[in-house]
Design a protein around this ligand. Structure first.
Ligand code: NAD
Length: 337
C-alpha cells in the first residue's frame, strides 16, 4: 500500500489532535511536514510526532515538502486562501470548518474545488462521523421517529476554557460562525432541507471581553426551513459543568436525543456532594473518535479517488447561514435567505 504523505498547517488546540491522529493512528499515512507560526509547536511536531520537515511559512511548506495531501487547521480566516493554494499545487485537501468566514470566500473555494475535480476536497464537519450522530441519522432514515420537524441544538464551551475563547475571539469569525456551523450543518443533514429565515438574539452576562472584541458570549437563534421544519440553536462560552453539546431531533412519531447529559463516561460517583457524573471537558475528548473517523475517511477518499459525501457546497451553506444568523443578531431583525 502506497504511503500517503501529509503536511499539516496549524498545530494549535485542534491541529495537535489531527497531527497525532495522522502520525500514530491512521494506517498508511506519513506526517511528512508541519507548519505553524509558533516555534514550540514546530518542535513538538518534529520531536514528538516525527515530522521530517517543519515550516513557519505555509507557501514554503507547499513548495518544498513532497506531499500528496494537506490538512488545514489554521485560524479560520486563512482556510480559503490556503485550500486554494494547495489545490493549485496539486494536493488533496482536508480543511477544518468554517470553509470561509464570509460567503465571497466560500464561492472562491467552490471555484477552486470545481477547477480540480481529480483532487479530493474534504471539509471537517466531524460530527457526521461521530457514532451517536451517525446512529441518529440511520434511525431517521429508517423512519424510527417519523418525519423530523424540529432540531434543538446546544453547543456551549466550558467556562474553564473561556480565556482561550477570548483570545480566539478576534480571529474566530464570531460566535455564530465559530460555534454554530456544526449545528447548522446537522440541522440541514437531519431535516433534509435548507433554511429560509433566521432570527437571532445574543447576550453578555459574564465576560465583557467578548463584546469588546466585537463578539457575543451567548447566542440563540430560530430557523425556519423550506420544508416547514424548525431549528433552535443555543451556543455559548460559559458552561460551568464542562463541554455541553446536546442535540434533539423531534419527529412525528418520536424523538432522538444525543447526549442530553454530556457525561464523561458511564460512571457515577457517590460522595458527600451526592451522586455525581463528571462532564466531558472539551472537544478533543468529546469528539476523539469522530476526528479519527473523519481523517480515516479522508485518507480512504484519497486512495480510492472517491469524493466525500460532505462537499464544499455544504461549507458554503453553513457559512451563509452562520452569516445570516450574525446579521440577524446585529440588526435585531429576522433575515431571509
Ligand atoms: N471541528 C471542530 O470541532 C473544531 C474544533 C476547534 C477548532 N476548529 C477549527 O480549527 C481551526 C483552528 O482552531 P484552533 O482552536 O486549533 O486554533 P488555535 O488558535 O489553537 O491554532 C491555530 C494554529 O494556526 C497556526 N497559524 C496561524 N496563522 C498561521 C499562518 N499564517 N501560517 C501557518 N500557521 C498559522 C498557529 O500557529 C496555530 O498552530 C479553526 O478554524 C477552528 O474553527 C474546529
Amino acid at each position: 500500500m502506497k504511503e500517503i504523505r501529509v503536511g499539516i498547517a496549524g498545530l494549535g488546540r485542534l491541529g495537535k489532535v489531527h497531527a497525532e491522529n495522522l502520525a500514530f493512528h491512521i494506517p498508511g499515512v506519513r506526517l511528512t511536514a508541519a507548519c505553524s507560526i509558533v516555534s514550540e509547536e514546530l518542535s513538538f511536531a518534529r520531536d514528538r510526532l516525527g515530522a521530517e520537515s517543519v515550516f513557519s511559512d505555509y507557501d514554503e511548506m507547499l513548495s518544498k515538502a513532497e506531499l500528496d495531501a494537506v490538512v488545514i487547521v489554521t485560524s479560520s480566516p486563512l482556510h480559503c486562501e490556503e485550500l486554494k493554494k494547495a489545490l493549485e499545487c496539486g494536493k488533496h485537501v482536508f480543511t477544518e470548518k468554517p470553509l470561509g468566514v464570509n460567503v465571497e470566500e466560500c464561492k472562491e473555494a467552490e471555484k477552486a474545488v470545481e477547477a480540480h475535480p481529480d483532487r479530493i476536497f474534504f471539509l471537517g464537519f466531524m460530527r457526521r462521523f461521530d457514532p451517536s450522530y451517525l446512529y441518529a441519522k440511520k434511525k431517521i432514515s429508517e423512519g424510527a421517529i417519523g418525519r423530523p420537524y424540529l432540531v434543538k441544538a446546544t453547543g456551549i464551551d466550558p467556562e474553564s476554557a473561556v480565556e482561550g475563547a477570548i483570545r480566539f475571539a478576534p480571529t474566530s469569525g464570531g460566535l455564530y460562525i465559530d460555534m454554530a456551523s456544526h449545528d447548522i450543518d446537522l440541522m440541514r443533514w437531519f431535516l433534509g432541507s435548507e433554511a429560509r429565515e433566521v432570527y437571532a438574539l445574543g447576550a453578555n452576562f459574564k465576560h465583557p471581553e467578548f463584546p469588546e472584541a466585537g463578539d457575543v458570549e451567548t447566542g440563540c437563534a430560530l430557523y425556519q426551513f423550506r420544508n416547514g421544519a424548525i431549528g433552535m440553536l443555543h451556543v455559548g462560552r460559559t458552561a460551568a459543568h464542562g463541554y455541553h453539546i446536546e442535540t434533539e431531533i423531534v419527529g412525528t412519531e418520536g424523538s432522538i436525543r444525543i447526549s442530553p447529559m454530556p457525561a464523561k463516561n458511564l460512571a457515577l460517583l457517590y460522595d458527600k456532594r451526592g451522586v455525581v457524573t463528571e462532564c466531558v471537558e472539551g472537544f478533543p475528548e468529546r469528539f476523539r473518535e469522530a476526528y479519527r473517523n473523519e481523517m480515516q475517511e479522508f485518507i480512504r477518499c484519497v486512495r480510492s479517488g472517491e469524493q466525500p459525501e460532505v462537499s464544499v457546497y455544504d461549507g458554503t451553506r453553513a457559512t451563509e447561514l452562520s452569516f445570516a444568523t450574525t446579521k440577524s443578531f446585529r440588526e435585531k431583525r429576522p433575515v431571509t435567505l
